[in-house]
Design a protein around this ligand. Structure first.
Ligand code: AMP
Length: 223
């Protein structure tokens, strides 16, 4: 059942804490778009668009894409009609500069913005990321340890081959975690004192975490 919440959601946390998975659930539950900057850039890179060609190298090395490029993409995406009743941001903002840019964009927005900070231990994050497989055709996520496909390497939904993201290989994962600690974790301080900042322990099943998030949004944020 769709429940309107009339708010924006920012999902914060290390790569591999389940932001994307939770965002997909929340999107269905609240009928607001899931905006993953990582997905937007992966799509641009695979289509070899102008932006895609600029960002490919950064992504492959697990480095952050320059703020100017990211902010421009977000500005354009949030201006679309489907964002009029709220949206879920996954993987944005990742730097203080992006957070300030977003604050300015949302200043006239009138809806509350919930910041959901999901925490998971590093060891667990590495396991989740190395085990992650995705279907490029329909977007369904799998995990070799927690949510394997029925037939190895094949998507349950559409039958296409599953792939491992280039940046989910161990060397790049370590770099992404380092980048998170150096550039993104400070956003916790930036958002911590806000009225709608919540920290959630991401240890548990996808459903358990999802229930917690839905309850929290309904009881404490929804207008
Ligand atoms: P993700 O799917 O969120 O893990 O993002 C994959 C990659 O896309 C990251 O490792 C970065 O190279 C790039 N990226 C995604 N979102 C951002 C962002 N907000 N700022 C800078 N780089 C980003």
């Amino acid at each position: 059942m769709v429940t309107m919440i009339n708010s924006n959601i920012i999902l914060l946390g290390m790569p591999g804490t389940g932001k994307g998975t939770q965002a997909k659930f929340l999107k269905e539950k609240h009928a607001i778009p899931h905006i993953s900057t990582g997905e937007l850039f992966r799509e641009a890179a695979s289509k070899k668009t102008k932006v895609g060609l600029k960002v490919k190298g950064f992504m492959e090395e697990g480095k952050l894409i320059p703020n100017g490029i990211v902010n421009e993409v977000i500005l354009e995406r949030l201006a679309r009609d489907d964002c009029k009743k709220g949206f879920i941001l996954d993987g944005y903002p990742r730097t203080i500069q992006q957070a300030k840019f977003l604050d300015k964009l949302l200043a006239k927005n009138g809806r509350p913005t919930a910041v959901l900070f999901i925490t998971v231990e590093k060891q667990e994050v590495v396991k989740r990321l190395t085990g992650r497989r995705i279907c490029e055709n329909c977007g369904k996520d799998y995990n070799l340890y927690y949510l394997p496909p029925r037939e190895p390497g094949i998507c349950d939904v559409c039958g296409e081959m599953l792939i491992q993201r280039e940046d989910d290989k161990i060397e790049t994962i370590n770099k992404r975690i380092e980048v998170y600690w150096n550039q993104t974790n400070m956003l916790v301080e930036y958002y911590k004192k806000r009225k709608y900042f919540f920290q959630i322990n991401g240890k548990g099943t996808v459903n358990e975490i999802n229930k917690q998030l839905v309850k929290l949004l309904q009881e404490q944020v929804s207008m």
